[in-house]
Write a new protein. Structure first.
Length: 166
């Protein structure tokens, strides 16, 4: 084999190697996702029927935390969730991009009242889920928890982050 053919073959192999490495990197979990951390706090949902449901929730307070949310999680404990704080009342839209577990979404006003519930958000869906009005918070729970615990619009969510902890 002559030198020019060897150089061409080496260049082709290097190009193929770089293509494979870049392809794998492009479709893997983003590095930034691993860098986002969350603190937790207790949260209670008080139903109109008098039931009190206790959860431990992760807090999504900063933009990077809200963007990351529950993406890439393969499971979540039944008494766990994530509370998103949007800092001021506004119409909020959520989606399930890169979220692997089905969720119930509870939209909450500044006083902790549930104003809208979206049950059974589908994993990996890019369908937009709207708050249907201004809210300050969104609580994500495992899908089915709203029905199992008989949580309804008008029920109260209490936590230190909301400012109405029991």
């Amino acid at each position: 084999m002559d030198v020019s053919r060897l150089k061409f073959l080496a260049s082709a192999i290097l190009a193929l190697f770089l293509f494979v490495v870049l392809s794998v990197t492009a479709f893997s979990r983003p590095t930034a996702a691993a860098d986002v951390t969350f603190t937790t706090e207790p949260l209670v949902i008080e139903t109109a029927g008098g039931a009190r449901h206790q959860f431990t929730v992760e807090l999504a307070l900063q933009s990077a935390q809200r963007q990351q949310g529950l993406m890439y999680r393969k499971e979540m404990a039944p008494d766990a969730g994530m509370l998103f704080d949007f800092e001021a009342p506004r119409e909020v839209t959520m989606w399930m991009r890169n979220t692997l577990i089905p969720l119930d979404m509870l939209f909450i006003d500044a006083k902790g009242r549930i104003t809208h519930i979206h049950e059974g958000a589908v994993p990996l869906s890019e369908t937009v889920v709207s708050s249907r009005g201004p809210v300050d918070f969104v609580l994500e729970l495992n899908a089915g928890e709203v029905k199992r615990r008989s949580i309804r619009v008008g029920d109260r969510v209490r936590s230190a982050q909301i400012g109405n902890a029991p």
